[in-house]
Design a binder for this molecule. Structure first.
Ligand code: BGP
Length: 469
C-alpha cells in the first residue's frame, strides 16, 4: 500500500515550544511566562532557537524528504497586548519564515493559537471572557490579510488540551482542578472562537483553506462487557472529544452530548453552561464551510466505572506508573493488559487512531479532508560525545505502527492527505520541559546543534518512497 503522490510528509512545531526569544523584538508576555517563572523548573528560552535557526531547520526538513511543516504564529509577537498596537518586527519575522519555507518547497500549515494566549488576554479571563473572542477574531483577520502567502490556516490547536488542562487536571495555568463548569464553558467558547474565525475567513474569499486541530484520544471501556465501564467511556469521551467534534465538525450539539455533559456537571454540583441560539448558528455556518480537520493522536484511554471524589496526578517527569486519573461523575483511567505504555503512562494503541479516523468518517460525513497534524513518541534521550546519532528504534516502531493504521483507514475510505510528526526537532514540552524529546532531529540545547536521529533517515525513506519502510 502506498501513500498518494500528493500526500504531505511534515514535521510539527509550535511557536512557544521552538522559537525561544520570548523577550525579543517587542514580543508581549503570554500566560506561560509568569507561570513558568514562578514554578522555576524550566522555561521556554532558548527552546530550539527556531526564531533564529529556522533556515537551518527548514534546510534539514528538505534534506530529509519533508514537504510540509506545522508552525504557529505567536499572537503576542504581532499584538503584544493581544489587541491594539501592532509590532512590525513580529510581522516581519513571519514573512521571512514563510519566504524561507517557499524557498525550500516546504508547505507551511499555520496555527493562529497554540496554547499561548497573550498575558493580558489570559488575565482578563482567557477563553471564558467573550470579549477575548472578539480580539482573537481581529488578530486572525489581520493575519489573513497580512500573510496571503499562507495557504493552510489552522484556527486553534487542541482546544481540548487548553480547557481540560486549565480547569480539570490543573496542568496548564491557571491550574484549577475539577472545575467542570469552566471546562465546558471554555470548550464551547473555543468552538465559538474557531467558528467565528472560519466564518470571517470565508467572508474574505481568500484562496486558501482553513481547518482546526483536535487532540483525539480514543476512549474505550476497560471491560467491554461492563455497562458501567462503557458509560464511563462515554462520559470521558464527552469531556475530551465529543463536545469538540460535534461543535466544530457537525456544527451543533446533539441531545445525547448535552445530556452527558450535564450529567457530569450535576454529579459535581456545578452550574450549567451558556450556549445561545446565535452561537449555534455561528457553529453551523462554520462547520458547513470547514475545509479540513487535523487529528493529533498519541494514545487511547481505557475507562472503568468510578464513584469517588476526583483525584489526578500528572506524570510530568517520565516516572512510569506515577499518573492517576479518577474523575468524579466520569470514571477512572486504567490500563488494558497487553497494551504497552510509555514512561509517561500513555498507552500505545495504534488501533485507536484507526478507530478515531473511522469515527470521523462515519459520524461526520461532511468532513472531506483529514490530516494527521501530530503523532509521535516522547523519549528520554541524550547524545554522548562518542555518538553521532540517536538510535531511536522505539520511535520508528511507534511511527511505523501508526502509519500502517492510517493506511488501513485510507483503504477503508478515509481521505487522509498528510502526516505531521510531532515533532520536527526536539523542543520545549509544556509540562515536561526538556526531558521529553520527540524530534526527528536531536537538539543539543546547550549548543543548539542539530543531529538527525535514526528516525529521520527512516522518515526520509518513507517520504521518498511513499511507503512505510
Ligand atoms: C500536544 C500539543 C503539543 C505537544 C504534544 C506533546 O498536546 O499540541 O504542543 O506538546 O502534545 O505533549 P507533551 O509535550 O506533553 O508530551
Amino acid at each position: 500500500m502506498k501513500f498518494p503522490n500528493d500526500f504531505l510528509f511534515g514535521g510539527a512545531t509550535a511557536a512557544y515550544q521552538v522559537e525561544g526569544a520570548t523577550k525579543a523584538d517587542g514580543k508581549g508576555r503570554v500566560l506561560w511566562d509568569g507561570y513558568l517563572e514562578k514554578q522555576g523548573r524550566f522555561n521556554a528560552d532558548p527552546a530550539s532557537d527556531f526564531y533564529h535557526r529556522y533556515p537551518e531547520d527548514l534546510a534539514l526538513s528538505k534534506q530529509f524528504g519533508l514537504n510540509a511543516i506545522r508552525v504557529s504564529i505567536a499572537w503576542s509577537r504581532i499584538f503584544p497586548k493581544g489587541y491594539g498596537a501592532i509590532e512590525q518586527r513580529g510581522v516581519d519575522y513571519y514573512h521571512k519564515l514563510f519566504a524561507e519555507c517557499a524557498k525550500d518547497g516546504i508547505e507551511p500549515f499555520v496555527t493562529l493559537h497554540h496554547f499561548d494566549s497573550p498575558e493580558n488576554i489570559y488575565e482578563d479571563g482567557d477563553w471564558l471572557n467573550p470579549a477575548n473572542i472578539d480580539h482573537f477574531v481581529d488578530y486572525a483577520k489581520f493575519c489573513f490579510k497580512e500573510f496571503p502567502e499562507v495557504k493552510y490556516w489552522i484556527t486553534i490547536n487542541e482546544p481540548t488540551s487548553s480547557a481540560v488542562q486549565q480547569y480539570v487536571t490543573g496542568t496548564f495555568p491557571p491550574n484549577e482542578k475539577y472545575n467542570f463548569h469552566k471546562t465546558f464553558q471554555a470548550e464551547h467558547n473555543l468552538n465559538l472562537a474557531h467558528a467565528r474565525v472560519v466564518n470571517a475567513y470565508k467572508a474574505m474569499h481568500l484562496a486558501g483553506q482553513i481547518g482546526i486541530v483536535h487532540a483525539l484520544q480514543t476512549v474505550y471501556p476497560l471491560d467491554p462487557a461492563s455497562a458501567g465501564d462503557q458509560h464511563a467511556a462515554d462520559l470521558q469521551d464527552t469531556l475530551d472529544n465529543r463536545v469538540f467534534l460535534d461543535g466544530t465538525l457537525a456544527g451543533h450539539y446533539p441531545d445525547e452530548t448535552l445530556q452527558l455533559m450535564r450529567e457530569i456537571l450535576v454529579a459535581n454540583r456545578q452550574a450549567d453552561i451558556q450556549i445561545s441560539n446565535a452561537d449555534e448558528a455561528e457553529l453551523q455556518e462554520a462547520a458547513d464551510q470547514l475545509d479540513f480537520v487535523g487529528v493529533n493522536y498519541y494514545f487511547s484511554k481505557f475507562m472503568k466505572a468510578y464513584n469517588g471524589p476526583s483525584e489526578t496526578v500528572h506524570n510530568g517527569t517520565g516516572k512510569k506508573g506515577s499518573s492517576i486519573s479518577r474523575l468524579q461523575g466520569i470514571g477512572e483511567s486504567g490500563l488494558r493488559p497487553g497494551v504497552p505504555v510509555t514512561d509517561w503512562d500513555w498507552p500505545i494503541y495504534p488501533k485507536g487512531l484507526y478507530d478515531q479516523l473511522m469515527r470521523i468518517h462515519q459520524n461526520y460525513p461532511n468532513i472531506k479532508n483529514l490530516y494527521i497534524t501530530e503523532n509521535g513518541l516522547g523519549l528520554k534521550e541524550s547524545l554522548s560525545p562518542d555518538q553521532h546519532t540517536i538510535q531511536d528504534d522505539k520511535r520508528i516502531d511507534y511511527i511505523q505502527q501508526h502509519m500502517n493504521a492510517i493506511l488501513q483507514a485510507m483503504q477503508d475510505g478515509v481521505n487522509v492527505k498528510g502526516y505531521f510528526i510531532w515533532s520536527l526537532q526536539d523542543q520545549f514540552s509544556w509540562t515536561n520541559g526538556y526531558n521529553k524529546r520527540y524530534g526527528l532531529f536531536y537538539v543539543d540545547f546547550d549548543t543548539q546543534k542539530r543531529y538527525p536521529k535514526k528516525s529521520a533517515y527512516w522518515f526520509k525513506e518513507m517520504a521518498e518512497t511513499h511507503t512505510v519502510p
